[in-house]
Design a protein around this ligand. Structure first.
Ligand code: IMP
Length: 194
């Protein structure tokens, strides 16, 4: 089986991707390859950031690799917070403060449409490939639910009445932007293996 590095320090994402890609590839973490550097992500787009992280690992460590970048895009805020989702309320990466800021910016706005978007960049056998996952939904008026992370308490996906934070990881991880992008990557890898 092929080996690919997943350029993330997020153990939750690592476990999720290992599950989605089981049978296709063996996934190494950054710790497995002894990469302890801060990988820059300063490109300004999801695509650019994902590619920047994957190229960093390929160029410095020599491994074929994939990396992801994701965030929330809100229509009535000109698609903010976007690539700044993690630090919308400041460098502290505080989910509670980020969500509070979002609700306050959205006060009085009637268009509450938003989407979570993930882009995965893959470097494999000298080629570069991108896979996208999008889930559309609405921003609530207040936070609801104790599960999940980030903006989960204020996002209701289309076709559901509960927020991501209310529905539980089982459902969320099956329909999320990350799961969709991961499944596209999985299909691509299974075709490469065929
Ligand atoms: P990352 O690029 O996947 O680390 O995501 C960047 C930021 O986007 C996170 O810190 C969250 O604020 C937000 N985000 C990404 N995915 C999700 C999600 O599934 N639920 C809630 N927030 C998310």
């Amino acid at each position: 089986m092929r080996t690919l590095v997943f350029a993330t320090n997020n153990l939750h994402k690592l476990a999720e991707m290992r599950q989605i890609l089981s049978g296709e590839v063996q996934i190494l973490s950054l710790a497995d390859i002894e990469c302890r550097e801060d990988i820059p992500e300063t490109a300004g787009t999801f695509e650019g950031n994902a590619l920047m992280k994957a190229r960093f690992v390929k160029e410095r460590y020599g491994y074929d690799c994939f990396a992801d970048d994701s965030g929330l895009e809100v229509e009535s805020l000109d698609f903010a917070p976007g690539v700044y989702s993690a630090r919308y309320a400041g460098e502290a990466h505080n989910s509670g403060a980020n969500t509070d800021k979002l609700l306050s910016e959205m006060q009085g706005k009637s268009n509450r449409r938003a989407r979570f978007r993930t882009v995965i960049a893959l470097i494999l056998d000298g080629g570069e490939y991108m896979f996208e996952g999008v889930i559309n939904g609405l921003i609530t008026e207040e936070k609801r639910g104790g599960g999940g992370f980030g903006y989960d308490p204020v996002f209701v996906p289309d076709g559901y009445t509960q927020t991501f934070a209310e529905m539980g990881d089982g459902i969320k991880n099956n329909i999320s932007h990350r799961a969709l992008a991961g499944r596209r990557l999985s299909i691509f890898l299974s075709n490469c293996n065929a």
